[in-house]
Design a protein around this ligand. Structure first.
Ligand SMILES: [Zn+2]
Length: 246
């Protein structure tokens, strides 16, 4: 990984823009109901540095994530050490930083507790790639048999290992961790995971659950279709932001 030491030219502007985008997806995910009692957090890398931007511990202030703003986002290094911000980073920052260490393709991580996806973990059933939002989770979403807080580097490493080369893991009796290449795409992927879990659950009530074909997975995961998977729905999710103006 590039270990340039900030501040480099444009660092402050770059960080502010990333914080605005991070704050926005926190508001969107809250509005979408994917973290009951509004607990969860999103992070991103600061490109060209070993810095990570992540939610501050605003739960400790009794705050809702519905109003997350730029000054609620703080900077830590890749080891989770505090660098700057008005409040300390969330305890579970290691579920983010340890993934960044081993996945150079990942630039954004979200940890949330969506009801349906989490239920699959409790039942010990892997979410399969079903429906038209499921292909990115092929061949299946792994389950990590660990239900405690992800508040140490060792626990973060367990998450990174469980995700492997994939983009999601369900933490038994806890929640999920989802990764992607951008802040917006990790938000979209989190919604896609919950939608896929819900569809799997409905289908299982009716009969055998048949995942999408390998050919369809390959098609969705390459070229223009991969870009469209995200770009075509971002406007929908962006409109969930209470501060969104058309
Ligand atoms: Zn959690």
């Amino acid at each position: 990984m590039n270990q340039l030491t900030p501040p480099h030219v444009g660092y402050e502007t770059q960080v502010l823009t990333l914080k605005e985008r991070l704050a926005k997806v926190h508001r969107i995910i809250t509005a979408g109901g994917l973290w009951p009692i509004t607990k969860g957090h999103v992070s991103c890398r600061v490109p060209g540095t070993n810095h990570v931007l992540i939610l501050g511990h605003i739960h400790a202030e009794g705050r809702s994530l519905a109003n997350t703003d730029v000054d609620d986002i703080v900077t830590v290094d890749i080891d989770g050490n505090f660098i700057e911000g008005r409040i300390e980073a969330v305890d579970e920052r290691y579920a983010h930083t340890e993934v960044y260490k081993v996945r150079p393709d990942v630039n954004a991580v979200v940890h949330a507790h969506p009801t349906m996806a989490t239920a699959f973990g409790i039942a010990g059933v892997n979410i399969l790639p079903v429906g038209n939002r499921g292909a990115i989770f092929a061949p299946k979403v792994p389950i990590l048999e660990f239900d405690k807080q992800l508040d140490t580097p060792e626990r973060g490493k367990m998450v990174a290992q469980a995700i492997g080369k994939g983009c999601a893991v369900v933490l038994k009796n806890h929640g999920v961790v989802v990764t992607s290449d951008t802040i917006e795409n990790v938000c979209i992927s989190l919604f896609a995971l919950e939608e896929t879990a819900r569809l799997h659950w409905y289908a299982a009530r009716l009969g055998k659950v048949e995942p999408v074909s390998d050919a369809e997975v390959r098609s969705v995961m390459t070229g223009a279709r991969y870009d469209e998977f995200f770009a075509h729905v971002w406007g929908h999710y962006e409109a969930l932001d209470p501060r969104h103006r058309i």
